[in-house]
Ligand binder design. Sequence first.
Ligand code: ADE
Length: 231
Amino acid sequence: MRFTFVTLFPQLVEGYFSASILGRAIEEEKLSIDFRNPREYTKDKFNRVDAPMIGGGAGMLMTPQPLMDTLDTLKATSPEAHIIFLTPVAKRFTQNDAKRLAKKRHIVLVSGRYEGIDERVIEAQADEVFSIGDYILTGGELASMVLCDAISRNVEGVLGNSESLQVESFEAPLLEAPSFTKPTVYEENAVVSEFLKGNHSKITDLKRGLALCKTKYFRPDLYKKGITDEK
Ligand code: ADE
């Protein structure tokens, strides 16, 4: 699967995908990542890619031409490119989106900077628009990276056997139960004793109870949904 980051600051993104699970997936050619910088497409004689908002409002917006040309050029060579814009003014990205988008062949993630992007570009080019949460970041790069990471781990062959997709938070839809590793006692704190006894059906029941407690405490909205979905 291919990801293209459209960003004025590719250096913010590059490092994240060079190590660990995603780095390995890129080496094994399960994933590929490339970059397009709209500044390289600007026709402005001073190389500008932004301008003040029309109609008032503080700050600068990314202008249409550099982004339109970047995306049109991309689509000319990759007609299956699925173009996603990251902005706080959008529906929230979820695990279901990650699973659905993992089936695409080429995803283009467009990061806004400054106060955002001229709306006409989004109207003309977006297949989808996502926010990653109710807060404002200084740019869309982090949000693009979040999507790329969450989608990638659902791509066939990206996770090794040891990094299973089987029981993960938000699929249940409950938060995951607490997990433990060695040592069994750390500074007088023991792991839940039942986990050590090897009775797997009992452990499963216990984990479900703990997952319900965590979900009820941290995410009452998900808890309510889980209870309703089960009926
Ligand atoms: N750009 C700035 N803030 C954002 C957010 N919360 N989600 C997606 N893109 C953003």
